[in-house]
Design a protein around this ligand. Structure first.
Ligand code: ADP
Ligand code: ADP
Ligand code: ZN
Length: 216
């Protein structure tokens, strides 16, 4: 199965991606995680991307398209994949179609996780991320068992530089302007399913998994 997980920043894509990837045994490909890994390792790509990311701007399309082209060539994507955070612009969506076309694949379904602005701000301002495995927590809605420590791997939890109020507001604007129009793009292709993301994590999970089983 080839799945795109779509939605505004903070919708819960990363949280749900973990469950989907386990249930369907497909790799979770998060462009945000890939970019942050490059920043951490100080690669040339990471150096280029960092300033955009800290401000809540999108990293240029050409960089993202190269990343995805590369990643989709790895053998673990043969049985399918789950894209999280890509595509985010019309140019990226068109490039993805072309990349998949070349390898005789196509997207099966785009899951649009719908969450309103106030809830996005609540979620992102309380988000904590694991430095080692990228798992996310929320100080109130989904706290770790031991404060500051990842349940999954024991890693240290931190607050992302772009999870501050100013950057969050800017990211919401960027989403509305550059990313939201893709809803129409995928609707026209008949690929979009809407999921109400403003429910408990487990309820959203059950809804997404049962919806995706219909596309298997
Ligand atoms: P995204 O990958 O879409 O940016 P995350 O999965 O990182 O979003 O979730 C953003 C924040 O919201 C995290 O702190 C996460 O723990 C929390 N969160 C995720 N899903 C829910 C939910 N259904 N209800 C409340 N908080 C949630
Ligand atoms: P969130 O879901 O919390 O918005 P991500 O982890 O998906 O955050 O992305 C973090 C940052 O990485 C974005 O604000 C942007 O700067 C960059 N980024 C990630 N994916 C893309 C993409 N497809 N196109 C452009 N920039 C991206
Ligand atoms: Zn961890």
């Amino acid at each position: 199965m080839q799945i795109v997980l779509f939605g505004p920043p903070g919708a819960g894509k990363g949280t749900q991606a973990k469950y989907i990837s386990e249930e369907f045994n497909i790799p979770h490909i998060s462009t945000g995680d890939i970019l942050r890994e490059n920043v951490r390792e100080g690669t040339a790509l990471g150096k280029k991307a960092k300033a955009y990311m800290d401000k809540g701007e999108l990293v240029p399309d050409a960089i993202l398209i190269d990343i995805i082209k590369d990643r989709l060539q790895k053998p673990d994507t043969k049985k399918g994949f789950l894209l999280d955070g890509f595509p985010r612009t019309l140019r990226q969506a068109e490039a993805l179609d072309a990349i998949l076309d070349d390898i005789n694949k196509s997207i099966d379904v785009v899951v649009n996780v719908d969450v309103g602005d106030n809830e996005i701000i609540r979620r992102l301002s309380g988000r904590r991320t694991c430095r080692s495995c990228q798992a996310t927590y929320h100080v109130r809605a989904n706290p770790p068992k031991v404060p500051g420590i990842c349940d999954q791997c024991g890693g240290e939890l931190y607050q992302r530089a772009d999870d501050t109020e100013a950057a969050i507001k800017h990211r919401i604007e960027v989403y509305k302007k550059q990313t939201q129009p893709l809803i129409e793009y995928y609707k026209k292709k008949g690929l979009l399913v809407d999921i109400d993301g403003e429910r408990e994590i487990d309820e959203v999970r059950a809804d997404i998994i049962s919806t995706l089983k219909r596309f298997q």
